[in-house]
Structure formats: C-alpha cells, structure tokens
Ligand binder design. Structure first.
Ligand code: ZN
Length: 209
C-alpha cells in the first residue's frame, strides 16, 4: 500500500496542514510516518505535536525534540536554534514533554522492508548527517532493509545502492529497482533549506518514490 514519510516540521503549523492536505489528496495513502523534529524554530509546538500524534503511524524524535526535553547537548546549536529551543521549553505543555519523551529515535518496520531514523542508522543519537555518497556508503552498512528513511539535513534526496555496489544520488521522483537499496531523505515540512521554499515529503507507491 502507498505511504508517505514526513520530517522536520519544526512547529510550522501551516506547512504541516498543507502537507497533510496534499497527502490526503492522494486518497490511497495508507499511513504517514514521521522521522522527527516536530518542534524547534516555529511558533506552534503544542499544536504540531497534537497533529503529528493524531495523523502519524510512527512518531520519532529528532535532535531539536531531544533538546527541548534536555536529552541532548544544545551548546552546539546556532543562536536561532538555541533561542527557539529555550522558548519552546518555556511554553510547551507537560503532556507534550511526556509525548516527546516517549518518541523513539529509530524504528524498524519489517513489513515495509524499511527502517526510519531522524539522522543516521549507525548512531542515531550522535545526530550526524548524510550529505555525500561516501556518507551514504558508510550508512548502507548499518541497516539490512531495502529502505532507510531519514530527515535532519532538510535537503530532500535519494541515494540508491545498486546490486553491483554503485551508489547514485537523485533528486525528485524515481522508479524503485527491486535489486537496489535506498536511503531517502524526505526533506523538511517546516523549514526547507535546499533553496526551494516549498515543503517537501516522500510519497512511495510501491513502484515509485
Ligand atoms: Zn530539523
């Protein structure tokens, strides 16, 4: 069944509404999976957490979520991220602090031959990035599934590892090759950084990403 993957909402309620509406338009979508960073930067943390909980079959935590509950060091955050994190911590409800505390940082879904993680499959709590084919090559050794869905960088993109070991990078939509494995970054709902101001997400329909 077709499904969608969303990531990096960052308390941007209007972008989250727009993306969920677009997913709904594809009537056959059976599930929506969320790979972390529901809060940070934007002004609507409580509302976004409620919607993510209601609509998503998996809710993972990202580094900005962990920052708000004090699970990760925020001294390396840039000034805006740091301010946003401290502000979010001051306004968010206790119930939502508990929700984030209960979000896992990695989830394996054997039925989908997929795993989901905010950062990287080898050490999710180190919050590393996958930007290059050599980053991807390292990470392909740390999961067994056909698909690994990530977020974190806010740059949408696909790395395909072919049966002969070659790794190819794509932007946009591709046809799935049965003998290949994939690392797929869904980009960001609430704060795109790839020069395209539109929110992005992944739609996978069995044959195509
Ligand atoms: Zn993020």
């Amino acid at each position: 069944m077709p499904y969608a993957v969303i990531s990096d909402v960052h308390s941007n309620l209007s972008a989250l509404h727009a993306v969920l509406k677009d997913i709904e338009r594809r009537q056959e979508v059976s599930a929506v999976y969320f790979t972390g960073d529901v809060v940070g930067y934007g002004p609507k943390p409580d509302e976004c957490i409620d919607i993510i909980k209601e609509h998503c079959n998996i809710c993972l935590a990202g580094n900005h979520d962990w920052a708000v509950i004090g699970y990760t060091d925020i001294s390396y955050f840039n000034e805006n991220a740091l301010k946003a994190s401290l502000w979010t911590r001051s306004v968010i409800s206790d119930e939502h602090i508990e929700d984030i505390t209960n979000f896992k940082i990695i989830k394996k879904m054997p039925d989908l031959n997929a795993m989901f993680v905010h950062s990287t499959p080898d050490a999710p709590e180190d919050w590393k990035y996958i930007f290059t084919t050599s980053d991807a090559e390292h990470c392909f050794q740390h999961f067994d599934h056909q698909f690994c869905f990530i977020g974190h960088s806010h740059f949408p993109g696909i790395f395909e590892k072919k049966a002969d070991g070659d790794i190819v990078e794509y932007k946009g939509s591709i046809k799935i090759n049965e003998t290949s494995r994939y690392i797929i970054n869904s980009g960001s709902v609430g704060q795109p950084r790839d020069g395209d101001p539109r929110a992005s997400y992944v739609y996978i329909n069995g044959d195509f990403i």
